[in-house]
Design a protein around this ligand. Structure first.
Ligand SMILES: [Zn+2]
Ligand SMILES: [Zn+2]
Length: 610
């Protein structure tokens, strides 16, 4: 299958007008958490403060509100979202008086007096003063709180009153432990300006409409069931999408010398001991104990099996690069609280490959992988950028190998995308080697980490892998672990949100729907439908006795790329009227295109294949 190529030379996102990063916004958000607590205490003096950090889109603070309803009338009722505007105005009222932060050091005993009857803060103070240290308090306006610092210097000047908004209230256990008391968490959004805040809110609303957890089941792509939490069931239409993606993956890889394998999903503990997963990853694996000392681990990654395959035969330098690809289903025991539809699932498949190479092949092989990345992202017209992660403080192997590998990766990135046009994450490499991560920005401007290209000097050693070099000496290969989309499941989830369910034609489960206007055209419509099916187009026909308007509306809800309308006129002229999904955004006056059936078949076949 050849696919329409959408030219996409490595697109690098503009660094100008780049919004501030969460790191840059953290002092402001952290300051707002203080301001939130100050406002809450003014309104509910009996509320107990606990903790309140900055988060990726703003801040929160957890409180225990007094449960008695009577004490101070309405104001002591457990609070709801309807209280948020009141708290927000109080924050804005206090803000001008916050002109600086003053730091004080207190002993444990002094600190506890600041929080009489507040067991949460007392617990924190005990923890922070275990070795007799003092704790720090920061005061702004009339509000003082236990804190390690990290605020803006002058909140009244540096925080715009319209750049934050309290968003919602949620329950949260003290210290995230369900054995503890449930507290009330108040969330706030905060950005550098009102415009950025509004943009974020609009984006969130759009994202809600595109939520793959809603759209996916609505489009009959996948579903979940309580008996296998976090593990998607792929429905017939979703399976078409998976298979089309894998077909594309398979063909592109085969053409580039990759060899596809499949290997056991369930492997004995001994394999995971050799790979190191048993020591470092066991808690994230599904384990099966079959008794009599037979313990198995369900594979969370394909790497160890690829090592086994490489090691199963004598290899020589002539075999390298030796590229073993696979899309086996993997399982990871993601904690239930972290599951998020297809974006974080317990079972998924990766577009995986393990490329075994000699050390002097790093540059050339990574260049080839980046070419393939361009092909894979270009097909979808997706914008992406690359980030290099370098040697972490805790690393294995010798520094010289690391230096050579890092400079090979830098060189290839400089050549492919240009010096300074890729990100660098210092010390963020894996302990076994440096890596390049592929990040994508979707239609809503959200950034996703997708694929990764990781050099690994350690796994081949652990498995005792060798190849015979030209001079006959035995050498250990380097392995590149690489995924381009990441997980296929997650990629589909992101694609649903990126396209709002409007998959490209070649990937759409149903590509065209034939819509006879009345029963009189049914026979002719069936003939058109048969021709499309014979041509390999995934077509459906709607012969219900519904109005054309209703049929079109339904087909559009199913996000079908093409609607083929057949009425009296079309039948008489042996033609069809083709309406594209893309027209729905335009005016209703946009007319479909009239064409012969043979022209229709030719057009759609071409879009599928060329
Ligand atoms: Zn603070
Ligand atoms: Zn791997």
């Amino acid at each position: 299958m050849r696919l329409p190529h959408i030219p996409n030379p490595l697109k690098i996102l503009s660094r100008e007008h780049k919004p501030k990063s969460p790191e840059e916004l953290a002092p402001m958000r952290h300051t707002l958490a203080h301001l939130l607590a100050a406002a809450v205490l003014e309104l509910w003096p009996d509320a107990k403060r606990t903790i309140g950090p900055a988060i990726d889109n703003g801040f929160y603070y957890d409180f225990e509100f007094p449960t008695s309803l009577e004490l101070r009338g309405a104001s002591t009722k457990p609070i709801t979202d309807s209280d948020l505007p009141k708290i927000e105005s109080k924050m804005r009222e206090l803000l001008p008086s916050w002109i600086k932060f003053e730091k004080h050091e207190l002993t444990a005993e002094e600190a506890k007096k600041e929080y009489i009857g507040n067991e949460y803060k007392h617990e924190l103070i005990d923890e922070f003063t275990k070795e007799g240290q003092k704790v720090t308090f920061y005061k702004s306006g009339n509000y003082s709180d236990l804190c390690k610092g990290g605020h803006v210097e002058n909140p009244s000047k540096e925080i715009k009153p319209d750049s934050f908004k309290l968003s919602h209230i949620a329950g949260a256990y003290w210290r995230g432990d369900e054995k503890n008391k449930m507290l009330t968490r108040i969330y706030g959004l905060a950005f550098e300006s009102k415009e950025m805040l509004e943009k974020y809110i609009a984006q969130q609303e759009e994202a809600k409409k595109r939520d793959h957890k809603v759209l996916g089941p609505a489009l009959d792509l996948f579903m979940f069931h309580e008996t296998s939490p976090g593990m998607p069931y792929w429905l017939p239409k979703g399976m078409i999408v998976i298979n089309k993606l894998v077909d594309f993956w398979r063909k592109e890889h085969r053409e580039r010398g990759y060899l596809e394998i499949a290997s056991p999903l369930i492997n004995k503990k001994e394999l995971w001991i050799t790979s190191g997963h048993w020591d470092h990853y066991k808690d994230d694996m599904f384990i099966s104990n079959m008794g009599e000392g037979e313990i198995y681990g369900i594979k969370p990654m394909n790497c160890p099996n690829a090592m086994i395959v490489f090691g199963s035969q004598t290899r020589s330098y002539r075999d390298l690069p030796y590229r073993l690809s696979d899309t086996d289903i993997l399982h990871r025991y993601e904690r239930s609280g972290t599951l998020n539809g297809l974006l974080r699932a317990r079972s998924f498949r990766q577009d995986d490959s393990h490329n075994f190479i000699a050390e002097d092949m790093i540059e050339a092989e990574c260049a080839r992988i980046l070419d393939l990345t361009e092909r894979f992202y270009g097909i979808f017209g997706l914008q992406y950028h690359l980030k290099l992660s370098t040697r972490p403080d805790q690393f294995m192997g010798d520094i010289e190998t690391w230096n050579r590998a890092e400079s090979a990766l830098r060189k290839v990135l400089n050549e492919k995308v240009g010096s300074g046009k890729y990100g660098i994450k210092e010390k963020d490499g894996a302990f076994y080697g440096p890596k390049i991560d592929i990040h994508m920005t979707d239609a809503l401007g959200r950034e996703w980490q997708m694929g990764t290209i990781q050099l690994d000097f350690q796994q081949p050693r652990r498995f005792g892998l060798e190849y015979a070099d030209k001079d006959g000496s035995r050498k250990t290969p380097v392995v590149i672990h690489r995924v381009l989309y990441g997980s296929i499941e997650r990629f589909i989830g992101i694609l649903i949100e990126h396209t709002a369910g409007n998959f490209p034609f070649w990937l759409s489960p149903v590509q065209a729907k034939v819509l006879p206007i009345t029963d009189t055209q049914k026979k002719y419509a069936e003939k058109v439908y048969d021709e499309l099916i014979s041509a390999g187009i995934r077509a459906e026909i709607d012969t219900r006795t519904e109005s054309l308007g209703k049929k079109i509306r339904d087909a559009k809800l199913e996000k079908i790329p093409y609607l083929i309308v057949i009425g009296e006129k079309e039948q008489k002229e042996s033609k069809v009227t083709l309406e594209a999904r893309g027209l729905e955004a335009g005016s209703k006056k946009e007319k479909g295109v009239s064409m012969k059936v043979s022209e229709l078949v030719e057009k759609l076949t071409k879009e599928n294949l060329s």
